[in-house]
Design a protein. Structure first.
Length: 273
């Protein structure tokens, strides 16, 4: 069964409650046109070589490319401005119910029109992280109109049990992920589960999805003739600790040891009190 994601006009109490119940919520018009223009300036810089971590993939048979970049805020000034100077931190902080708000990383993703093969399999964000704790959120801002055909899909309530499953291999879902944690259970077949409630929604530029890092989600490729871009910013709260296990460099910090709080030059604390 597929139903609409609960949507709100601001980070009000009802939105936080819906997030905790469903594992995802949508904030409409969370980013103003002025801040969206700043993000677009950042995209131009990132795609021109300013981002130190940029991948551009075009799969055989696809007309469009799939581009993505992590931790670009450290080199791309417009992204830094959006993350630190816009209303974004204060919109996101209440969802963590935390005494602090720490920036984990930003992630730019662009599925050009015709990137049909750029599908994202079912996965949990936290399955890839060298982190423990429950207060980790992804705040995903749409930069283009996103119709239901290319919208994200979420398994309602899949965060609630606090169980981490094995990480999915995005490039080839039938193969094991390179940092697979075999002690974790395999990803369930969500599409074959008749009892699973799938949440989705169409989005307009500036709308923001906020979801828990334990929430299962997926997305199709982009078969339309229009860009489908978003900038996600991932935050951690006061219960999150570092776990020194194999993971992508984006998520690692050589100055941290297992049990340390996620805080430092790479992962700055943005709010506290």
């Amino acid at each position: 069964m597929t139903v609409e994601i609960a949507s709100f006009d601001a980070a009000i109490r009802e939105a936080v409650a819906a997030y905790h119940c469903d594992g995802v919520v949508c904030l409409r018009k969370a980013a103003s046109p002025e801040w969206l223009a700043v993000i677009e300036q950042g995209i131009d810089l990132a795609l021109s070589g300013a981002s130190a971590d940029l991948d551009v993939v075009q799969k055989a048979g696809d007309k469009g490319r799939f581009s993505f970049s992590s931790q670009a805020w450290r080199q791309v000034e417009p992204f830094r401005r959006f993350i630190f100077e816009s209303p974004l931190p204060d919109l996101c902080w209440p969802f963590l119910e935390s005494s602090s708000l720490t920036l984990f990383y930003d992630f730019l993703l662009i599925k050009e029109g015709g990137s049909n093969s750029a599908a994202t399999p079912w996965h949990q964000d936290q399955a890839y992280y060298p982190l423990t704790g429950a207060k980790i959120i992804n705040c995903w801002t749409a930069l283009d109109p996103i119709p239901l055909e290319t919208a994200l899909r979420f398994h309602k309530g899949s965060h609630a049990a606090g169980i981490l499953y094995q990480a999915s291999n995005f490039e080839k879902p039938s193969d094991d992920y390179k940092h697979l944690r075999r002690e974790r259970p395999p990803i369930p077949d969500i599409d074959a589960d008749d009892d699973a409630v799938i949440l989705t929604t169409a989005m307009e530029p500036g709308d923001m999805l906020i979801w828990n890092a334990h929430t299962f989600h997926a997305a199709p490729g982009n078969h339309l003739n229009q860009r489908r871009a978003a900038l996600s910013v991932n935050w951690t709260g006061d219960d999150v600790r570092y776990e020194d296990v194999p993971s992508l460099e984006t998520y690692r910090d050589a100055t941290l040891r297992t049990g340390d709080r996620i805080e430092g030059e790479k992962f700055p604390m943005v709010r506290s009190g």
